[in-house]
Design a protein around this ligand. Structure first.
Ligand code: ZN
Ligand code: ZN
Length: 351
């Protein structure tokens, strides 16, 4: 069993407006040339909504275009290798768990603690998923928990009026549309993640987020190109084709898959599925996404017990991210692993 039971944040999500009480003021934000330059795109975007929206549009559309192109080339010309599939699936699992284990459970909710190299590894894997810098991702998600499915929630599907058209608008907003409307200002970062802003390792990764995104696409391209050197007939054309396939499958298609699975937690898992626990919102346990999203689909469980390192709370609710965290704990590499007590589970059960 985990060593520490959940003792804090066991109440339903807080529904008061956030305050800056006990938070650092803006002048405590990390400063310095690298920090300032590394957030340049996002800070510039704060000032120029058109530029920000174009960056977001590219982040949404390029991976989707990459996936469609990869499928087209495979179906029309048979150009896909086992290596490309391995990079797609392996990369999806690694970077997906970077989001679930690193960004979500470790950073946002502080569900467990671990040694710095492992903390850096899962944070880096999360950055490779191209879902935003760790600071911004955690800020938005803490805001989601504070207002969940109420005014102020950045990506609730339930804040539109009734009727089929508005329901569709709500779904679109929760899945992708919210990305274009969120206010990701420096002030928001200070308000929601003051603890994370003081984490030097985390800021080092956050400050170079654009570099991580670039590497996330170039690494599979490099592997794909290098693999052709092992084939009998090597040419510049074959290396370029291999690199292109690596970029498409291991880069863009993999990012597209990770994007839509994560976004489905915000949209589908707040609409479709069952509720096992009181959570004061419309979060749902969705068995399909429970398996597909490395355990994040047990979303009602998560909203009921936000700091629990385990989201699949019943024996049959498979939670790959919890398996990894539990394994780290057994190896002595994770501690302060938070779980709800049996009393807390009983007090919120809806049976
Ligand atoms: Zn949620
Ligand atoms: Zn959460």
């Amino acid at each position: 069993m985990a060593s520490v039971t959940e003792t804090t944040r066991t109440e339903p999500v807080i529904r008061v407006k956030p305050t800056v009480t006990n938070c650092p003021t803006t002048d405590t934000l990390p400063s310095g040339s690298s920090s300032d330059s590394q957030h340049s795109i996002i800070e510039h975007a704060d000032e120029d909504s058109v530029a920000r929206r174009l960056v977001i549009l590219g982040t949404v559309l390029f991976p989707l275009a990459g996936l469609m192109t990869a499928i087209l080339i495979a179906s029309q010309y048979g150009m896909v290798r086992w290596l490309d599939i391995v990079m797609l699936v392996g990369g999806w699992y690694l970077t997906g768990m970077g989001i679930t284990i690193g960004y979500h459970r470790m950073l946002t909710h502080r569900s467990f603690e671990t040694v710095t190299p492992i903390r850096a590894f899962w944070t880096a894997m999360g950055a490779f998923a191209v879902e935003g810098s760790p600071i911004d991702w955690c800020m938005v998600h803490r805001k989601h928990h504070q207002f969940s499915d109420h005014e102020g929630d950045p990506h609730s599907p339930h804040l539109h009026d009734g009727g089929m058209l508005n329901q569709l608008k709500g779904f679109w907003h929760s899945h992708t549309g919210w990305l274009f409307n969120s206010n990701w200002s420096k002030e928001e970062r200070v308000k929601y993640v003051p603890d994370l802003l003081e984490d030097e390792m985390l800021m080092a990764i956050d400050n170079h987020y654009v570099s991580w995104v670039t590497a996330s696409l170039l690494i599979p391209a490099a592997i794909g190109g290098a693999a052709t050197l092992l084939t009998p007939e090597v040419s510049l054309a074959s290396i370029a084709a291999g690199a292109g396939l690596g970029l498409l499958w291991g880069g863009l298609a993999r990012v597209c898959v990770s994007h839509h699975i994560t976004w489905s937690i915000n949209s589908i898992c707040h609409i479709f599925g069952s509720q096992d626990y009181k959570s004061s919102d419309d979060s749902r346990n969705n068995i399909f996404f429970g398996f597909l999203s490395h355990g994040e689909g047990w979303h009602n469980n998560h909203h009921a017990f936000p700091t629990s390192a385990r989201h699949g709370l019943k024996w049959w609710q498979f939670d790959l991210s919890w398996v990894v965290i539990r394994t780290l704990e057994k190896m002595g590499l994770a501690w302060n692993v938070k779980l709800p007590s049996q009393k807390q589970l009983n007090s919120r059960a809806l049976d």
